[in-house]
Design a protein around this ligand. Structure first.
Ligand code: M6R
Length: 606
C-alpha cells in the first residue's frame, strides 16, 4: 500500500506530482504529502485525508521547485495524521516510502544514540536519519548502499537531497517501483498508471536495485552498487481506460464493462474456427502436470476456490488452494510435478508475491493469472495467463473477479481435454457455451432496478448471510466480502449445508439472507437449507436462474433470476447481482464506493 511518485524536470513539478498522486490514491488515501527542492531548500506540505486537501494547501503555499516527491499513505506505523504523513525530512534529505521497515525500533535506538531527533511515529523516519547519518562520511552512492544494507522489511523509496538540485534516488525491495522516461525529465512511481499521463516508456526496478534519476539521466544499480542495464518497455493501453466516463463511480463502470472484458478475454484464448483453446508457449508439457495449487488473497482467493470446483469436476487432477498469507509461512512440501498458480488482479499483492517467490526459490513450476501484465507477479512467474480486463480502479474487485474465473475455467477445460478427462465433443460444446457468456452477463446486468430497491434492507441490517452449495459457495463468499468492504455491513458467506452446525443460531427475525440456488445439481439441497433459515425468521433473497419450473417454497422475501446457462457458467451470472447489491447498499449510505475505509487497492504490505 501507499503510493509514491518522484519527478525531476526543468519546469515546476508540484502540479504534475498532484496529478499522479490522484492516480495513486487507490493505493492509500488516509493522508498525502509532497516535497520539492527549490534553491537549495526542501519545502514540504502534508495533509490528512485525500489528495484534494493536499492540493488546497499547496496552492496556499505556492510550491516551487523542479524536482519533487509525493506520497499517498495507507497507515501502518502511527495513526493517519499530518505528522505521520510522508514525506519525512531532515535538514538534508526528504523521503517517501511504501512498505514496512521491520527493524525500525532497533535502528531508531541506534540513531537516537547518535543524537537524531524523531518527530513522527512512523518506521519511515529511521530511513531519513540513517541516510543523513551516512552522508556525514560517505558520498551519495555509498550512503545509499549502506543505508539499504541496514533495512529489513519491504520498501520502495523516493529520496531527494538538499544539495543535489535535480536528483532523485529510487530503491526497492519487495514493494514495486517503476521509472519513466520523458523529454528533459524523468519519473519514479509505484506503478505505470501513475506515470501514464507523462510517458509510456517505462522500466521496472528488480528487488534490491536502486536508481539515480536526473532530468537527463537514468542509472540503475544492484545492491552492491554495480551498474545494471534495463530494458525500456512501451506501455500500450490508452488513457481513456482510466476514466470513469459518465459513471458515478469506477465500480459502476467496471461492473457494466464485464460483457466487454469477458469478450476480450475469450478472444485471446479461444480459437473460434476450431472451437479449441490456445495457450501458447507454455513452458512445460501440460499433460505432465499431475496436480495444481492455486494461491491468492481476498477476491482472488475466491476465484481459486471456484477453480477448485471446476478442476475437480472437469479433470482428474489433484487441486489444492491456499490463502497466500497462510501458504508462505506453512511448512511446505514442494512437489515437482505440481503447478503453482498465483492469482492476483494487481500482480503486486505482497503475500501472493512472497508465496510466488518462495516457490521460485524452490525451483517449482510457477504460473500467474494476473490483470496487470507489467506487475511483479506477472514478471516473476515462469508463465503468465493474463485476464485482459483492462485497468480496475475501484478498490472492490469486480471485473477482475470474473476475468480470473474465466481464465481459470478456460485453463481447467484445456487440461481436461489434454488429459482425456473430457471427450472432445463435450469440450467443444462447453467452448461454444462459453462464447455466449458475455451476452448472458449483459442480460443479467438488467436486474438493476430490483436490486436497488432490495439493497435498502441490507443497508440497514445489523448483519447478513450469504449461502450457497457447490459452485455457488465461492460466490456466496465473494458476495459477502463485497457487502462488507463497501457497505460496512457484517456479512458472512457460508456453505448452506453447514448452517445447522452452528451459524443457524445467528438467524433472527428479519435478518437478510442471500441464498444462491441455481438449478444445478445442488438445487434441491440448497432449497431445503433455505427453508430452514426462513423457518427461523430470515428475510430471504433467493438468487436463482430462469426456469419454466416454479421455485417450490413459501415465504421467500425476494427472488432475482439470472440468465440460464450450463452449470459451469452459472457462477459468473450469480456474481453480477451480488456486485450490484453491495454497490447500491453502499451508495444508499453515501460511502466512498471506490475507496472504502481502511482499504487500498494494491496491498503491498504483509
Ligand atoms: O490485486 P489482488 O488481486 O492480488 O488483490 C487481492 C485482494 O487484496 C483483493 O481481491 C481484495 O480482496 C479486494 N478489495 C476485494 O474486492
Amino acid at each position: 500500500m501507499c503510493g509514491i511518485i518522484g519527478i525531476t524536470s526543468s519546469k515546476p513539478v508540484s502540479s504534475a506530482i498532484i496529478n499522479s498522486l490522484r492516480k495513486l490514491e487507490y493505493r492509500g488515501y488516509d493522508s498525502a504529502g509532497l516535497a520539492t527542492l527549490s534553491e537549495g531548500i526542501i519545502n514540504e506540505v502534508k495533509s490528512e485525508g485525500r489528495v484534494e486537501n493536499l492540493e488546497k494547501n499547496i496552492a496556499i503555499k505556492n510550491m516551487q521547485g523542479s524536482v519533487g516527491i509525493g506520497h499517498v499513505r495507507w497507515a501502518t506505523h502511527g495513526i493517519p495524521n499530518t505528522i505521520n504523513a510522508h514525506p519525512h525530512s531532515s535538514n538534508n534529505v526528504s523521503i517517501v516510502h511504501n512498505g514496512i521497515i521491520e527493524n525500525s525500533t532497533i535502528l531508531k535506538k541506534f540513531l537516537i544514540s547518535k543524537g537524531h531527533k524523531f518527530k513522527s511515529q512512523t518506521d519511515t523516519e529511521v530511513i531519513v536519519h540513517l541516510i543523513t547519518e551516512y552522508l556525514k562520511e560517505n558520498d551519495l552512492k555509498n550512503s545509499i548502499i549502506k543505508m539499504l544494507n541496514q533495512l529489513h522489511g519491504s520498501f520502495a523509496l523516493g529520496i531527494i537531497f538538499k544539495d543535489q538540485p535535480d536528483l532523485i534516488v529510487g530503491a526497492r525491495r519487495g514493494s514495486p517501483l517503476a521509472v519513466g522516461y520523458g523529454p528533459n525529465e524523468n519519473y519514479l512511481g509505484s506503478d505505470s498508471y501513475a506515470l501514464k499521463s507523462m510517458t509510456n516508456k517505462i522500466s521496472y526496478l528488480n528487488d534490491g536495485e536502486f536508481c539515480i534519476l536526473k532530468k537527463n539521466l537514468v542509472e540503475f544499480f544492484n545492491e552492491k552498487g554495480a551498474k545494471v542495464n534495463k530494458k525500456v518497455l512501451e506501455l500500450s493501453s490508452s488513457e481513456q481506460d482510466y476514466d470513469k466516463g459518465d459513471f458515478k463511480h469506477f465500480m459502476a463502470k467496471e461492473i457494466e464493462e464485464q460483457p466487454t472484458t469477458l469478450k476480450n478475454c475469450i478472444k485471446e484464448y479461444i480459437d473460434n474456427i476450431n472451437n479449441d483453446i490456445n495457450i501458447y508457449n507454455f513452458p512445460w508439457d501440460l499433460k505432465k502436470i499431475s496436480s495444481i495449487t492455486l494461491i491468492g488473497c481476498g477476491t482472488a482467493y475466491h476465484s481459486c476456490l471456484m477453480a477448485k470446483y471446476w478442476f475437480e469436476e472437469l479433470t482428474s487432477l489433484d487441486v489444492t488452494i491456499d490463502i497466500a498469507s497462510e501458504f508462505r509461512y506453512r511448512k511446505n512440501r514442494f512437489k515437482k510435478d505440481n503447478l503453482y498458480v498465483f492469482v492476483s488482479q494487481s500482480g503486486e499483492t505482497a503475500d501472493t508475491y512472497a508465496a510466488l517467490d518462495l516457490c521460485n526459490k524452490n525451483n517449482m513450476k510457477t504460473c500467474s493469472v494476473v490483470n496487470v501484465i507489467e506487475s511483479s507477479i506477472a514478471r516473476d512467474a515462469n508463465f503468465v495467463l493474463p485476464i485482459h480486463c483492462g485497468p480496475e480502479i475501484g478498490v472492490a474487485s469486480t471485473k477482475a473477479f470474473l476475468g480470473q474465473m474465466l481464465v481459470l475455467y478456460i485453463f481447467s477445460l484445456k487440461l481436461s481435454v489434454l488429459n482425456k478427462d473430457l471427450d472432445k465433443k463435450t469440450y467443444v460444446n462447453k467452448i461454444k457455451d462459453l462464447k455466449n457468456l458475455p451476452k448472458l452477463v449483459e442480460e443479467t446486468l438488467l436486474t438493476e432496478s430490483k436490486i436497488q430497491t432490495i439493497s435498502s434492507t441490507f443497508t440497514d441490517a445489523k448483519g447478513s448471510m450469504f449461502l450457497g452449495r457447490g459452485f455457488s459457495y465461492p460466490i456466496a463468499l465473494e458476495g459477502a466480502l463485497k457487502l462488507k468492504e463497501l457497505a460496512y455491513v457484517h456479512a458472512e458467506g457460508y456453505p448452506a449445508g453447514e448452517m445447522k452446525h452452528g451459524p443457524l443460531a445467528l438467524i433472527e427475525d428479519g435478518m437478510p439472507v442471500v441464498v444462491l440456488a441455481p438449478r444445478d445439481n445442488y438445487y434441491q439441497k440448497t432449497i431445503s437449507n433455505m427453508q430452514e433459515v426462513i423457518a427461523r425468521g430470515a428475510k430471504v433473497l433467493l438468487i436463482t436462474n430462469k426456469s419454466k419450473d416454479e421455485v417450490m417454497s413459501e415465504n421467500i422475501w425476494q427472488t432475482i433470476e439470472v440468465e440460464s446457462a450450463n452449470d459451469d457458467l452459472l457462477p459468473f451470472l450469480l456474481t453480477v447481482p451480488l456486485q450490484k447489491l453491495a454497490y447500491y447498499s453502499a451508495l444508499k449510505k453515501g460511502y466512498d464506493i471506490d475507496k472504502p475505509r481502511n482499504l487500498a487497492k494494491s496491498v503491498t504490505v504483509e
